[in-house]
Ligand binder design. Structure first.
Ligand SMILES: [Zn+2]
Length: 329
């Protein structure tokens, strides 16, 4: 049996990052190190009971490999979570509504479980163990298919009145801008989220096939196959259409980030998520845009950084939730 290097040496917790298509389950030390990790397809279409059974099996598997017991399980879910009960109120990517989650996992595992929103968990991870370490005022902006994030202010992760704080993607950056999935117009996400990048690219490439020639070649002439990832690859190849699209993305992110910087006066603005991983140069562009847009008093202490934990921010942060809550209790 494989022995964990952490066996018998200290406290550890399980972190779970439950996404719409894939899930990461990890053994995380109280220093934020990943000691063991499993990648699983979420298989959401099989229903919540099946998903929970798969998670329970993965957690038990990790515990068998370690000597000491886990102190608990933290889960980040792509959806809205009731803070009190740990119920998943709504998770569109999983097709879950009012799903008892913490309760079911606790029963099956006999361990304390905490459930939070996935980007909130990732914010915990970056704050305690990543690019935000040692800093008590920061904003994390995760640019993936959608845009979300978290705010740490005065050493507290903001949760809001109904546990919904962190919907940073729905800051309006263009009053008359494109429609957003939330029903509003001109949200930062509607200009810079992965889904919006793909949608805009399809429109531009089909309305001007000459400018869209490279992109259309990359998807074998099928515009519906254009994704944010394809556009990032096209930008890397120097394609002018992709470059101008990402210029717009950078401006939207900088405009949204400027509002956040002015509102919360963070020491650090941390950018992560799939779009940033695909186009890391966006971090510098956003920093430049912030110089033009944010108030000098808020800009003076600010550092703009790329996420350090990358795709592990969610599991490390979920585990951190439980490691730090048990410290207090
Ligand atoms: Zn919106």
């Amino acid at each position: 049996m494989k022995r964990s290097p952490f066996s018998g040496m200290g406290r550890w917790a399980v972190g779970i990052d439950l996404g719409g298509t894939k899930t990461i389950v990890a053994q995380v030390s109280d220093e934020g190190k990943i000691l063991g990790k499993r990648l699983l397809p979420t298989n959401a279409s099989a229903g919540p009971d099946r998903v929970k059974k798969t998670l329970v099996a993965a957690v038990k598997g990790l515990m068998e490999e370690a000597d000491g017991p886990a102190i608990g399980v933290g889960v980040g879910v792509a959806g809205q979570v009731d803070a009190e009960s740990g119920r998943v109120k709504f998770a569109p990517n999983l097709g879950w509504r009012e799903e008892p989650f913490r309760e079911d996992l606790e029963k099956a595992l006999g361990l304390p479980v905490l459930v939070t929103n996935d980007v909130r968990a990732a914010t915990w991870g970056e704050w305690l163990y990543g690019a935000g370490r040692g800093c008590n005022d920061l904003v994390c902006l995760f640019v993936g298919t959608g845009i979300g994030g978290g705010v740490v202010s005065g050493g507290k992760v903001l949760t809001g009145c109904s546990n919904a704080a962190g919907e940073l993607g729905h800051i309006t950056v263009d009053l008359n801008g494109p429609s957003c999935r939330c029903g509003n117009r001109g949200c930062m996400e509607a200009l810079a989220g992965g889904w919006a990048i793909a949608q805009q690219a399809r429109e531009w490439a089909t309305s001007d096939p000459e400018a869209g020639a490279l992109v259309l070649r990359m998807v074998e002439g099928q515009p519906e196959k254009i994704t944010a990832k394809i556009m990032a690859d096209a930008a890397k190849a120097g394609d002018p259409l992709a470059l101008s699209l990402f210029e717009r993305v950078a401006q939207a992110l900088a405009a949204g980030a400027a509002s956040l910087v002015n509102a919360f006066n963070p020491c650090r603005m941390i950018l992560g998520g799939g779009v940033i991983e695909g186009c890391p140069w966006l971090v510098k562009k956003v920093a430049e845009g912030l110089e033009e847009r944010a108030l000098p008093v808020a800009l003076a202490p600010l550092r703009v950084l790329r996420s350090r934990l990358r795709q592990n921010a969610g599991v490390v942060g979920s585990a951190a939730l439980i490691l730090h809550s048990s410290e207090k209790g």
